[in-house]
Design a protein around this ligand. Structure first.
Ligand SMILES: [Zn+2]
Length: 255
């Protein structure tokens, strides 16, 4: 790839939704200077994630265990430790209170989350955090561990909490493509310290249009929307966000 113009810091290329045309999807992003961090979080897709990142020079992998699959956390952690040279982050991991109402299961999620955090601290890699309907709880767990290199993805909690997390704790927040249709995400853009903003697509979901499959080539849409919200020049936003991304993800393979 020529030069990186954007990084889609969080998506799921190994998802079955891309089985028929994965190469086209990755190539389309590659031609637009888009580097991709794919987050493999299902035991069934971990190996595919490694293969994709190995095959493509514009793809890196983040690995972890989906919060609701907490039974497999120890498997994820051994895989991370045994393949440290191949991964750029741990995640997405965290808490999902939207999908899980059972109290005991929520406690198991937190236990798994803490194991991933300890591993990230020990290995000195960033952590990508999922916190659906659990923004406050996830931040409290993170604060209690003193972890530093944190990437909150598609944060749906209170923007006042995100403001504090970015400004006082230095946590990064990625803005997804759905910002074009989400008032909460627009507010989030204004709340986050500009030095802590990242872009993501969360493909195949969180697209600009809810009915259509999302893909990493859509990441410039986030830049356009963020520049509009902050009333800044698009190129300035692109450069700032790229700098932020490379600061956090110093392990990505193309510079
Ligand atoms: Zn995701």
């Amino acid at each position: 790839m020529k030069e990186i113009k954007f990084v889609d810091t969080h998506c799921h290329l190994e998802d079955a939704e891309f089985d028929d045309d994965r190469s086209n999807i990755i190539n389309r992003a590659r031609k637009r200077g888009i580097h991709i961090i794919t987050s493999a979080i299902e035991p069934a897709t971990w190996q595919n994630g490694f293969s994709i990142a190995e095959e493509w020079d514009n793809v890196d992998i983040s690995l972890g265990c989906n919060p609701v699959k907490f039974k497999y956390v120890d498997n994820a952690i051994s895989l991370i430790k045994n393949n440290l040279q191949s991964i750029v982050a741990i995640g997405e991991v965290g808490l999902d209170y939207y999908s899980e109402r059972n109290h005991t299961h929520r406690e198991r999620q937190e236990e798994g989350f803490r194991k991933h955090i300890e591993t990230a601290k020990e290995l000195k890699v960033p952590i990508q955090v999922h916190s659906r309907s659990a923004g406050k709880a996830a931040l409290q767990v993170l604060y209690s561990t003193d972890i530093e290199h944190v990437h909150m993805h598609a944060f749906d909690g209170k923007v006042s909490l995100a403001r504090i997390a970015s400004k006082e704790h230095g946590f990064y927040f990625s803005i997804p493509t759905s910002v074009v249709r989400s008032p909460q995400k627009k507010k989030l853009v204004r709340a986050i310290d500009i030095e802590r903003l990242l872009f993501e697509t969360d493909s195949p979901v969180l697209g600009p249009n809810r009915e259509e499959r999302n893909e990493p080539a859509n990441v410039p849409i986030v830049m356009e929307e963020v520049a509009g919200i902050l009333q800044r020049d698009e190129e300035e936003i692109r450069e700032t966000v790229l700098e932020n991304t490379l600061r956090l993800y110093s392990r990505i393979k193309i510079r």
